[in-house]
Design a protein around this ligand. Structure first.
Ligand code: C5P
Length: 236
């Protein structure tokens, strides 16, 4: 396995989107926890719960708990505290939940020694402008991301999830410390599935993205390690 850590390239978060533990562990067992981060999302967390997180921690992995909280401030405060209690490394929250909700999440992690990075979802990479119109948003996708990223920064969040195309601008606006996490990563031969805002790993490096989230390109691959090696190589 090529070691991406010695190069200045985006770090790789593998989205463990599986419908059962056996399939997830088949992939996890191939991965080196000093190189890759794991993302546990709504599907696996709903099936396996917090015990799965504990198990992955025991194997040495840092976990991005991608539950995309979006609720009233009090509920998000308590849910964020509960998530931080699990010792996770990163947690996602929908920026469109509003200022009070974001501030509540930030308050919830304040007293944790190893608080998770709080990352706000600006927009889902499966949404295009047409989809925004359908939910009553009249801004361009780019302006919508700008509004929500500004709000997230003001509320003290550690970074945002945004489509690759916006990442370069976000880095310029908010500086190096503000983390940019980008899903929708596709190599030229990969299927898009439901993603609409995609970029290649090579572009992700060019745009100075901190973390790329890769799901189906790896989880549906017959040889995930070969695929990961080729992704890492394309970024070097
Ligand atoms: O399989 P694929 O590479 O498209 O997976 C992308 C992952 O990133 C999924 O787990 C999805 O839930 C997540 N995600 C996303 N768009 C966001 C935030 C998270 O696709 N804005």
């Amino acid at each position: 396995m090529l070691n991406p850590n010695i190069f200045s390239i985006p770090k790789i978060i593998i989205a463990l989107d599986f419908c059962n533990k056996k399939s997830a562990m088949k992939l996890v067992d191939l991965l080196d926890p000093s190189i890759f981060y794991l993302k546990v999302g709504k599907e696996m967390f709903t099936i396996l719960g917090y015990k799965f997180i504990k198990e992955l921690h025991k194997l040495g992995f840092n976990i991005f708990l991608d539950l995309k909280f979006h609720d009233i401030p009090n509920t998000v405060f308590n849910a964020t505290k509960a998530a931080a209690d699990l010792g996770i490394w990163m947690l996602s929250i929908h920026a469109c939940g509003g200022k009070n909700m974001l501030i509540s999440a930030k308050k919830a992690v304040k007293y944790f020694k190893n608080a998770p990075l709080l990352i706000a979802i600006t927009t889902l990479t499966s949404l295009k402008e047409k989809d925004l119109r359908e939910i009553g948003i009249k801004l361009s996708l780019s302006d919508y991301i700008l509004v929500l990223s500004q709000l997230s920064k003001e509320c003290g969040l550690d970074g945002i999830v945004c489509p690759g195309q916006e990442a370069k601008r976000m880095k310029l606006l908010y500086g190096k410390k503000f983390k940019i996490v980008t899903p929708g990563i596709r190599c030229s031969t990969d299927s898009l599935f439901d993603q609409k805002n995609i970029i290649s790993p090579k572009k992700a490096k060019e745009y100075q993205i901190d973390y790329i989230v890769i799901g189906r390109s790896i989880t549906t691959s017959t040889n995930p390690i070969k695929k990961l090696n080729s992704i890492i190589k394309s970024m070097q």
